[in-house]
Design a protein around this ligand. Structure first.
Ligand code: OX2
Length: 831
């Protein structure tokens, strides 16, 4: 129903519009109003939680106005929109970001202070919105920030998980998972109970003839679940543009609650149906770079994709344009293969619902979609058993078969000689059981395929998707190197550094054009500037040291080198290489005389990250790190020279404390395995140096900041295959340094040796797939160099400043502009 206020009454509306706070007084008034009326509390009963809620609501009121106007503007101008489909959005906290983006943080700080609160305490009341596993989900969140900041008409679509990524506790050195129920009070979401879509599963397909004698497919029967929209405003920085993130929640379809059963006293079983429906959006799968092929996951994917497409198509149809203009109005980006069913769903809508011919429909589909690949790891490439797809989505399987048939026909025509090609590129893998290869389906269904860093984009074109480059030509494949939002990852996380940079680069404009950072280069030799810079780093380290003290009761010396590796725990990311290096350092320290020890550079090795609950080896790595910590940290021979810290429950809000405090961070994946990495960019942007392999975005970071400002080591990706081959044929030796480390572990220096047997043998006896032994020596040698260079603080700080000055390229704004131009063909909307 189109409801609108009649002309004569509009003036009353305009006159009485809500005005957001212009100054501190108005902000305070709004907070008090929300405490007293929205929350029904008084100043005698206003704790930090209530103050947080009221502050969030005050800012939310402000955002809503901009949000409504942005949506109206987009509708009136009928401009092309980009829809970013991602199963993960790792947003973190929203309040601080909202305050900064609308430039209201100073007002809030003063206002809260006057009301008796410290803004930091209020901000930290908020639960992280942790609807993601790691880099892939955080990238989606940075992209939302950039799309809004650059005024692109953009929507994110995802799932509203009731439980985000689990919370990690470390108990007796082991990871324990605790559910993350994050929705207690979430002022940032708006339930749209009027925006619902019924989603069908299972059933069967019946073919019939329409009045023109054309065969039509009817998908009938099965089960229906309702998707309800929840919207979150996404404010841009220093612009009124406020975009929408729409997350779907599942509930039983209205007809589903079985009143018959209910009345017959079968209350429990009627509730059970309800719960079954709600299960779909209940929990985020906690695997990073791993696909386990569970039916519920496939249900999640279809539920989310079908609801989103229904919404997108509904919006398009309002414009009354012909279908051929769909790709002029709509661009859809597939964040990895998780939303690939969208390709099939849009083809189904156009064929079965809208009555288009196959070719016409398929041209629209392929012109609409773009696909971003984030990994070459075989265990992360999605495949679904044909039988499962047939059972859950019978009509979709038929369409997949047809897509494949037409695709293979075209391939056969082009490569009549290469019979093998057909089975290699088929969307259906002829294995036992047969599988649908989702990446191939995504490539065939999109007009552009991109990797996320140069090396990675080269690798996909020369390895896993090589045949597709032959078939489609190189133009279909491109690179868009990842980026990060400088608003959260510098301004918000490191306010003092941001202020210092602003004072030298001509204000905060650098947050909108990060290349402006290059103005810092002229201050590299300025002693006072270096001093201020170093003081800020030190203060950030003190903040982290306090956090470590308060959570772990371990005292660390802020003057020591803080060496940080925080990311998901994975063998390919090689936290085992890091901890073996720490053990090696420890053994060396133990062998030294007290005089020799005095010459050593003190270090704090800081780890953090979650292991997938079912990833046993990753959990062993966590256990080993903790056990090494408990031995080293209380060894009086070592004292301040080495501390080993495991920070519990690494997440976005903790990253904002940890990253600004790092001197050195580790990005040490086996070459060719880390598609990009994005925390590497965050660490450098915050004035830390990197030790890393020639992998992912490390390579481009090196190119930008210069090889003197980064500590690179290890095997190159082009040599990995040969080394692995040698290992398999027994040509594999573990050098004496690493042998000593293994000896220490297997003789029980760090607790029961049996606990770590598998970790050691993976390297020593079972082929060392991740090349830990090959890279060990060059790793410890490079760490030695780090020790030496850190002693020369003036030079170290100069390197940090120079690096930051050259990091402009890694803004997610640059990245989004590349997507917009090369893939989405979309323009910003003037405000
Ligand atoms: C991650 C990649 O592992 C990481 O290298 C990359 O920076 C990030 O995506 C964003 O592009 N799941 N997570 C990733 O890939 C997959 C699959």
């Amino acid at each position: 129903v189109e409801a609108s206020i009649p002309e004569p009454q509009r003036e009353a509306w305009t006159k009485n519009q809500f005005e957001s706070f212009k100054d501190q007084g108005e902000f305070e008034k709004e907070v008090v109003r929300h405490v007293e009326t929205t929350l029904a509390r008084s100043m005698f009963n206003c704790d930090e939680t209530a103050a947080y809620s009221a502050t969030a609501l005050a800012f939310r009121d402000r955002l809503i106005k901009d949000w409504n106007k942005t949506q109206q503007r987009q509708t009136f101008t009928d401009s092309k929109r980009i829809y970013y489909l991602s199963l993960e959005f790792l947003m973190g906290r929203a309040l601080d970001n909202a305050m900064l983006n609308v430039k209201g943080k100073d007002i809030a700080k003063g206002g809260l202070n006057e009301l008796g609160f410290r803004i930091e305490d209020i901000i930290s009341q908020e639960n992280d919105a942790a609807l993601g596993n790691g880099g892939l989900g955080r990238l989606a969140a940075c992209f939302l920030d950039s799309m809004a900041s650059l005024n692109y008409p953009a929507w994110g679509y995802g799932l509203r998980y009731r439980y985000g990524i689990f919370k990690q506790e470390i108990i007796d050195g082991y990871q324990v998972e605790v559910p993350d129920y994050w929705l207690d009070f979430n002022p940032w979401e708006f339930p749209r109970h009027d925006v619902t879509v019924d989603i069908q599963f299972y059933g069967h397909v019946r073919k019939s003839q329409d009045e023109n004698g054309k065969t039509v497919a009817n998908w009938e029967g099965g089960e229906v679940v309702t998707a309800v929209a929840y919207d979150m405003p996404i404010p841009g920085y220093d612009t009124p543009s406020t975009n929408n993130l729409r997350l779907w929640s599942s509930k039983a379809a209205s007809g589903e609650f079985d009143f018959q059963k209910f009345n017959n006293g079968e209350y429990e079983s009627s509730v059970a149906d309800q719960q079954r429906a709600e299960t779909i959006s209940a929990v985020l799968y906690p695997n990073d770079n791993l696909e386990r092929g569970k039916e519920l996951r496939l249900k999640q994917q279809y539920f989310w994709v079908a609801a989103s497409l229904y919404d997108i198509v509904r919006r398009f149809k309002k414009s009354k344009r012909p279908w051929s203009e769909f790709p002029d109005q709509v661009a859809i980006q597939l964040n990895d293969t998780h939303p690939t069913l969208a390709v099939v769903e849009l083809q189904r809508i156009l064929l079965d619902k809208e009555g288009l011919e196959w070719d016409e429909a398929w041209n629209i589909v392929t012109a609409t979609f773009g696909y971003t690949n984030h990994t070459v790891l075989p265990e992360a490439l999605e495949k679904w058993p044909v039988g499962l797809v047939q059972h859950l989505l019978p009509r979709h399987l038929q369409i997949i078969y047809d897509i494949n048939l037409f695709f293979l026909q075209s391939v056969e025509k082009k490569f009549p000689e290469d019979r093998d090609m057909l089975s290699r590129v088929s969307i259906i893998e002829e294995s036992q059981p047969k599988m649908v290869r989702m990446a191939y389906l995504a490539i065939v269904g999109s007009h552009k395929v991109n990797g996320v860093a140069e090396l990675h984009s080269d690798l996909i074109q020369t390895t896993i998707f090589k045949d597709f480059v032959k078939i489609y030509g190189a133009d279909k494949f491109t690179n868009v190197t990842n980026g990060i939002t400088p608003r959260r990852w510098l301004h918000q996380a490191n306010p003092r550094l941001s202020e210092l940079i602003a004072s030298k680069t001509g204000g905060y404009d650098y947050l909108k054009d990060l290349t402006t950072l290059n103005k810092l280069e002229q201050y590299v030799d300025d002693k006072d500037f270096r001093k201020e810079w170093a003081e800020i780093k030190y203060a950030n380290k003190v903040r982290l040291a306090k956090y470590i003290k308060s959570t772990l009761d371990i005292t660390v010396n802020p003057a020591a080198l803080f060496d940080v590796q925080v990311k998901r725990i994975h063998e390919y990311k090689r936290q085992q290489l890091n901890i073996f290096g720490v053990i090696y350092r420890y053994l060396q320290l133990k062998e030294m005389s007290p005089e020799e020890r005095k010459k050593q550079a003190p270090r704090v090795s800081i780890f953090g990250g979650k292991a997938a609950p079912g990833y046993w080896m990753a959990k062993q790595i966590i256990h080993l790190i903790n056990n090494v910590g408990s031995v080293v940290n209380k060894d009086p021979d070592v004292g301040d020279l080495l501390k080993v810290i495991y920070l519990e429950d690494y997440n976005v809000s903790k990253a904002e404390i940890i990253i600004p405090a790092s001197d050195l961070s580790e990005h040490i994946s086996t070459a060719g395995t880390e598609a990009s990495g994005t925390s590497n960019m965050k660490f450098v942007l915050n004035g830390g140096l990197i030790i890393g392999t020639c992998d992912g975005a490390n390579i481009e970071i090196t190119r930008e900041i210069g090889q003197d400002n980064i500590f690179l080591f290890g095997t190159l990706s082009e040599d990995v295959e040969d080394l692995r081959h040698n290992h398999t044929y027994g040509k594999h030796s573990v050098d004496s340094g690493l042998q000593k480390v293994f000896e220490a572990i297997t003789t029980g220096k760090f607790g029961d040796a049996n606990d770590f047997g598998a970790l050691v043998s993976a390297v020593r006896d079972h082929g060392d797939y991740y090349l830990v032994s090959d890279d060990f020596q060059s790793y410890v040698d490079t760490q030695k160099m780090v020790d030496e260079e850190y002693k020369n603080q003036e030079e170290w700080v100069s390197k940090c400043i120079r690096s930051v000055a050259r990091m402009g390229f890694f803004s997610s704004d640059r990245c989004i502009n590349e997507y917009a131009e090369e893939i989405w063909n979309i323009e910003p909307l003037a405000v």
